[in-house]
Design a protein around this ligand. Structure first.
Ligand SMILES: NC(=O)c1ccc[n+]([C@@H]2O[C@H](COP(=O)([O-])OP(=O)(O)OC[C@H]3O[C@@H](n4cnc5c(N)ncnc54)[C@H](O)[C@@H]3O)[C@@H](O)[C@H]2O)c1
Ligand SMILES: CC(C)C[C@H](N)C(=O)O
Length: 367
C-alpha cells in the first residue's frame, strides 16, 4: 500500500503509530477530516492478518466516521483507532493507559469511544489518562454503552424506510430478517417485537439466537439462509460487505435497514439494489445513534437531549430519500452528498477570521 498516495486520494489529515513495549500496545490512529470539529471515532481491537490490513482498516473506518458525524449533524470530524491484538487475551490496564496518554498528546484533535473489541471498562481506563474519551461509565456522569442507543436509532431509521417503501411507518405485522443478534440487534429486536413485528433471526452464536427466540418469539434460521427468507425488511447487524454479488440475487426484502457498518461490498452494489427497487437506508446514517449519544458527553451528558437527537435519525433518513429523488441517484450516493454538502458549507464559513474561536471542546477546558 502506498500510504501517502492513499491519504491524498481520500484527503486524510493524519496517521499516527503508537507503540508501548511494556504493555504490548500497537495502535494506529487515523484522522480523516477535522473541518467540522475534532475527530471522534471509536477504538477497534482486532487480530489483523497484517499491519497493512490494520492501517487500511483504520483509514477506511476514520473516513466513515467523517461521513457519519457530518450526516448526523454533529460538530465533529472523523477519526478511528485500531489496536492490533486479540481483545479476549491481549488487553491489560497498562495498554489502555498508554493509549490514553497518546490520545492526550493530540490535545483534542482526536476523541475516542468504543468499537468492536473494546468496552466501557476499557474507556474508563483510558479516561484515567485523557479527557478525550467518551462512552465512559454512567458512574462518571457519562453515557456508558452506546449499543442500546444505536439500536434505537436503527429502529427509528427503519420506520422511516418502511414509510418510504410501504406508505406507512408502522412495523406491526411486518416480517423482519435480522442478521446477527449481538449487542445492537438484541436491543433492536426488543423494539421491533414491542411494535408487533415478526422476527426471523440468525447468528453464529447459538446462545444469542436462543435469547431472542425465547424472549421475542423469533424464528431462527441458519446463517447462510438469512438472505433468501421471505420478509419485508432485511436488517444486517453483523458484518460489513454482506450486500454483494452472491447475496443480492437471494434477497426478497423490499427494504434494507440495519446497524452494520460498510454493508455494501462495493459502491456498485448500491446501484444494483437501487435498480431492483429496494429501499436502502444507508448504514452510516441509520447507525449513528451510538456516536450521537457519546458525543453528547462533550456538552455534559444529558440523556434526554441525546435521545432527542437520536430520534432525528428518522428525519435524516427521510432527507436522504429526498436528495436521492431530487438528484435521481441511489440512496448511498445521496447520503454521501448530504454529508459532503454540510462539510463544504462549514469549510467556507471557516474562512472568516475569529481571534479566540469557540468550538465543542471549549466547554471541557475548565475541567
Ligand atoms: N455497537 C454500536 O454502538 C455500533 C454503532 C454503529 C455501528 N455498529 C455496527 O453494528 C454491527 C453490530 O455491532 P454490535 O456492537 O452489535 O456487535 P456484536 O459483536 O455485539 O454483534 C455482532 C453479532 O454478529 C454475529 N455474527 C458474526 N458473524 C456472523 C455471521 N456470519 N452470520 C451471522 N451472525 C454473525 C456475532 O456472533 C455477534 O453476535 C457491527 O457491524 C458494528 O460495527 C455498532
Ligand atoms: C463513537 C462510537 C460509538 C462509534 C461506533 N463504534 C460507530 O461505529 O459508530
Amino acid at each position: 500500500m502506498e500510504i501517502f498516495k492513499y491519504m491524498e486520494q481520500y484527503d486524510y489529515e493524519q496517521l499516527l503509530f503508537c507503540q508501548d513495549k511494556e504493555s504490548g500496545l500497537k495502535a494506529i490512529i487515523a484522522i480523516h477530516d477535522t473541518t467540522l470539529g475534532p475527530a471522534l471515532g471509536g477504538t477497534r481491537m482486532w487480530m489483523y492478518e497484517s499491519e497493512e490490513a490494520a492501517i487500511e482498516d483504520a483509514l477506511r473506518l476514520a473516513r466513515g466516521m467523517t461521513y457519519k458525524n457530518a450526516a448526523a449533524g454533529l460538530n465533529l470530524g472523523g477519526g478511528k483507532t485500531v489496536i492490533i491484538g486479540d481483545p479476549r487475551k491481549d488487553k491489560n490496564e497498562a495498554m489502555f493507559r498508554a493509549f490514553g496518554r497518546f490520545i492526550q498528546g493530540l490535545n483534542g484533535r482526536y476523541i475516542t469511544a468504543e468499537d468492536v473489541g473494546t468496552t466501557v471498562a476499557d474507556m474508563d481506563i483510558i479516561y484515567e489518562e485523557t479527557d478525550y474519551v467518551t462512552g465512559i461509565s454512567p458512574a462518571f456522569g457519562s453515557s456508558g454503552n452506546p449499543s442500546p442507543v444505536t439500536a434505537y436509532g436503527v429502529y427509528r431509521g427503519m420506520k422511516a424506510a418502511a414509510k418510504e417503501a410501504f406508505g406507512s411507518d408502522s412495523l406491526e405485522g411486518k416480517t423482519i430478517a435480522v442478521q446477527g443478534v449481538g449487542n445492537v440487534a438484541y436491543n433492536l429486536c426488543r423494539h421491533l417485537h414491542e411494535e408487533g413485528a415478526k422476527l426471523i433471526v440468525t447468528d453464529i452464536n447459538k446462545e444469542a439466537v436462543q435469547r431472542v427466540v425465547e424472549e421475542f418469539g423469533a424464528k431462527a434460521v441458519d446463517p447462510n439462509d438469512i438472505y433468501g427468507v421471505d420478509c419485508d425488511i432485511f436488517a444486517p447487524c453483523a458484518l460489513g460487505g454482506i450486500i454483494n454479488d452472491q447475496t443480492i440475487p437471494q434477497l426478497k426484502a423490499k427494504v434494507i435497514a440495519g446497524a452494520a457498518n460498510n454493508q455494501l461490498r462495493e459502491a456498485r452494489h448500491g446501484d444494483i439494489i437501487h435498480e431492483m427497487g429496494i429501499v436502502y437506508a444507508p448504514d452510516y446514517v441509520i447507525n449513528a445513534g451510538g456516536v450521537i449519544n457519546v458525543a453528547d458527553e462533550l456538552y455534559g451528558y444529558n440523556r434526554e437531549r441525546a435521545m432527542k437527537k437520536v430520534e432525528q435519525i428518522y428525519n435524516n433518513i427521510e432527507k436522504v430519500f429526498e436528495i436521492a429523488k431530487r438528484d435521481n441517484i441511489p440512496t448511498y450516493k445521496a447520503a454521501d452528498r448530504m454529508a459532503e454538502e454540510r462539510i463544504e458549507k462549514m469549510r467556507q464559513s471557516r474562512s472568516q477570521f475569529l481571534q479566540n474561536g469557540h468550538h465543542i471542546l471549549s466547554r471541557r477546558r475548565g475541567r
